[in-house]
Design a protein around this ligand. Structure first.
Ligand code: F6R
Length: 248
């Protein structure tokens, strides 16, 4: 893991947005599509703001971009204010020129027995477009990446998981109470994430500093899934001063 530390999340987000935009523009020149793995939550919102800004300034087109979101709550209606579909539309997709067919977000409306096949197909879709070129990640206080909670295996693939109590507590205020937070989610697996050609994990603020230290310097173990990123040879942790403050 290579750490990149910026003074604050704004500068750091601009750095990440520039990395994504350059990749899209380079591949576009070669007539190639860029496949991006996307995260939701508070961490990447400024990156999406910058990408929208670049697009509005005419510096960036998403015509040749294919996206796969990491996760979605389960069950979840796309129209819900809590859905990651809604989040992505509001923060990014409604403001750019991406082809709707190129957007993929796990479906929170499936019936229980449909989930397994759906997850298998999600993996296949990623492979059929040549794999993820750049995967954006946040990190949860449990050390989850996507919604791969403690106990997730190194080679895990897209699947339905049970959310950790800590994760549900962290989401409680958004849902106006812990009891309203869904108990499950569909998430890409650790193995899915590690198959990406490049990974950028972002973290902001003091609250993330203990888990950042674990992820970067700790022993690789299932109880802290983010430590599995140490296996990846092209993984950057883009941090602000506060989230990097516990690193030695
Ligand atoms: C969201 C996701 C999660 C978040 C993590 C951090 O798609 O996959 O792993 O990145 O829970 O959330 P925030 O950014 O809200 O602190």
């Amino acid at each position: 893991i290579h750490t990149v530390i910026h003074e604050d999340s704004n500068v750091a987000s601009l750095f990440v947005a520039n990395e994504i935009a350059s990749l899209i523009n380079e591949k576009q020149k070669l007539g190639k599509k860029t496949v991006i793995g996307l995260a939701t939550g508070s961490t990447p919102t400024k990156v999406y703001e910058y990408l929208v800004k670049f697009h509005k300034e005419g510096k960036l087109s998403f015509k040749n971009v294919v996206t796969f979101n990491l996760d979605e709550y389960f069950p979840m209606e796309p129209s819900s204010i809590h859905s990651y579909v809604r989040f992505m539309n509001e923060h990014l997709f409604d403001h750019i020129d991406i082809e709707p067919d190129n957007i993929h977000i796990p479906d929170g409306t499936l019936k229980g027995e449909e989930v397994r096949q759906y997850c298998h197909d999600y993996e296949e879709k990623i492979q059929n477009v040549g794999g993820i070129d750049i995967q954006i990640l946040g990190i949860g206080r449990t050390g989850h990446i996507g919604f791969n909670e403690p106990g997730s295996a190194l080679n895990s693939k897209t699947r339905l998981i049970r959310l950790d109590r800590v994760t549900r507590l962290d989401a409680a205020s958004d849902f106006f109470g812990e009891e309203n937070v869904p108990r499950k989610a569909i998430t890409m697996g650790v193995g899915t994430i590690l198959s990406a050609k490049r990974i950028i994990l972002m973290a902001w603020g003091e609250g993330k500093s203990p888990i950042i230290k674990e992820a970067v310097e700790g022993k690789i173990k299932e109880s802290v899934p983010a430590t599995f990123l140490q296996h990846h040879e092209n993984c950057d942790f883009v941090l602000d001063d506060a989230s990097a403050s516990s690193l030695t």
